[in-house]
Design a protein around this ligand. Structure first.
Ligand code: HEM
Length: 456
């Protein structure tokens, strides 16, 4: 159904009932306090109340979608666009003119601009950089040394995205700044999303000042990256050149604001998601040392004693399954929102035009109704004979449909290479100060990992 066809549907959809209201709301904040305090268990429990349930976030009603089939239906339907609490909270960061937040024709044009850089046949060209960065980690770390894994993980994520997509050796000095800024922003934005008390965030409290400082710094950084490239006069065949050369619908160069928003909209999700997943992978390797042993054995069999190269990746099936299982249990993008652009129907319930929807890949991917021993880390569930039993859309860490992550192949190659290189060289144990509890922000990751790297 399209926006234009709303009217004939309206009478049909008004006959449908409203989804049930979830229990546990409190005056003023509604379910926001649960989403702020313990969102993972709250969202994971919602399916017991229905396939679609209503939540109150402050004064707003939000519809939570809980089953794999219905989350897939939402992601694939033109009745829903990118909007809603998540995207509103991200707007200060991502702007309105970048690919992650745009809708309709602007979004389609922007996807066309960026897509070539992420196509399957473009990925091998990034292989040497990904392998170099994976081995740089192994070489930087010393046996017995305690690693601050947050910094290490985000550093490698920023460096790979920047070096592959923006050919930016200049990123070296800026990677730390990007990581620090993003950490502040992504947790502040989650707060703004679940407790949407607008004016309160303008009060000059220390946390708000810190948030604004990080936001301003990130915008300055992106302006510097664009200005440096322009000043260099160079046009390497990369994503930044594609963005700078892009034309709008009238064949005119796209405006400065759009270039800026586009760079942010690609670099930010790229760094944050991969950084968070590398942290989760290192947590998994620490807590299940037997996985590291098996990865090392696989690398030895497939690669021998030389360093793992990009061409080896597709043969490292066990390693890739460890990455996939990590994405299942620790999906960096653990919450998503959409807005209905028409009166519509979902799971037999009425969804009014303008309604905000929310769903959680974390809850869906850990659901006992989709996975046997659902909380157990089992990479072998991704062996093809077993993977075929997983219900459709029960495993979509990169989403599906027209907003699917453009970087799914890129990210899988990168994460598999990093995991192979790191697990072949080291075992890990927790050091003082490690805190494995999940840190809830717009993305999900362990709060603070301090690991000691031990030689194999
Ligand atoms: C573990 C790694 C990653 C995960 C789990 C991930 C996950 C996702 C998900 C779930 C979406 C869809 C959001 C929605 O449906 O609302 C998305 C979109 C996006 N991702 Fe990723 N991502 C990853 C890595 C990356 C990287 C490395 C980049 C870029 C360098 C990137 C760039 C983007 C962009 C630009 C979008 C917006 C696409 C659009 O709206 O058309 N992602 N990602």
């Amino acid at each position: 159904m399209t926006v234009e066809s709303v009217n004939p549907e309206t009478s049909a959809t008004t006959a449908l009932s409203e989804p049930p209201l979830a229990g546990g709301g409190v005056p003023l904040l509604g379910h926001g306090w649960k989403l702020a305090r313990d969102p993972l268990s709250f969202l994971s429990g919602l399916r017991d109340h229905g396939e679609v349930v209503r939540l109150k976030l402050g004064p707003k009603t939000v519809y939570a979608v809980t089953t794999p089939a219905l989350t897939g239906a939402v992601a694939l339907s033109p009745d829903y666009i990118i909007a809603g609490p998540l995207w509103e909270s991200l707007e200060d960061l991502l702007g309105k003119e970048g690919v992650a937040t745009a809708n309709g024709p602007l979004h389609r044009r922007q996807r066309r601009t960026i897509q070539p850089a992420f196509r399957l046949d473009a990925i091998p060209a990034y292989g040497p950089i990904m392998a170099e960065e994976a081995y740089a980690l192994v070489q930087r770390w010393r046996s017995g040394e305690v690693l601050d894994v947050t910094a290490e993980s985000f550093r490698v994520a920023v460096r790979v995205a920047a070096r592959c997509l923006m050919r930016g050796s200049y990123m070296d000095d800026r990677a730390e700044r990007i990581c620090t800024d993003l950490a502040t922003l992504f947790s502040g934005m989650y707060q703004r999303m679940v407790v949407p008390l607008g004016p309160l965030y303008k009060v000059p409290l220390p946390a708000n000042r810190e948030f604004n400082r990080a936001l301003a710094d990130l915008h300055v950084l992106v302006d510097e990256i664009v200005a440096d490239r322009r000043a260099s006069g160079q046009k390497p065949n990369d994503l930044l050149t594609a963005l700078l050369e892009a034309k709008d619908e009238n064949g005119e160069p796209i405006g400065e604001q759009e270039v800026h928003d586009q760079v942010i909209a690609i670099l930010t999700p790229g760094a944050e998601t991969v950084g968070s997943t590398v942290m989760s992978l290192l947590l998994v390797l620490t807590e299940h040392p037997e996985l590291g042993d098996k990865i090392r054995d696989e690398v030895k069999t497939v690669v021998g004693d030389r360093p793992v190269a990009f061409d080896d990746v597709r043969k490292l099936t066990y390693t890739a399954n460890v990455v996939t299982e990590t994405l299942r249990l620790h999906p960096a993008v653990w919450i998503l929102t959409r807005r209905a652009v028409a009166d519509t129907e979902l799971g037999g319930y009425r969804i009014p035009k303008g309604a905000d929807l929310i769903y959680s890949p974390y809850a869906v991917q850990r659901d006992r109704r989709s996975y046997e021993r659902n909380e157990e880390f089992d990479p072998d569930r991704w062996i093809p004979e077993r993977a075929k039993d997983v219900p459709k859309y029960a495993m979509s860490p990169f989403s599906v449909g027209n907003r699917k992550c453009p970087s799914d192949h890129f990210s899988m190659a990168e994460l598999t290479l990093i995991t192979a290189a790191v697990a072949s060289a080291y075992r890990f144990e927790h050091a003082h100060g490690s805190d494995t509890r999940p840190r809830i922000g717009i993305t999900l990751r362990p709060r603070r990992l301090m690991l000691r790297a031990l030689p194999r």
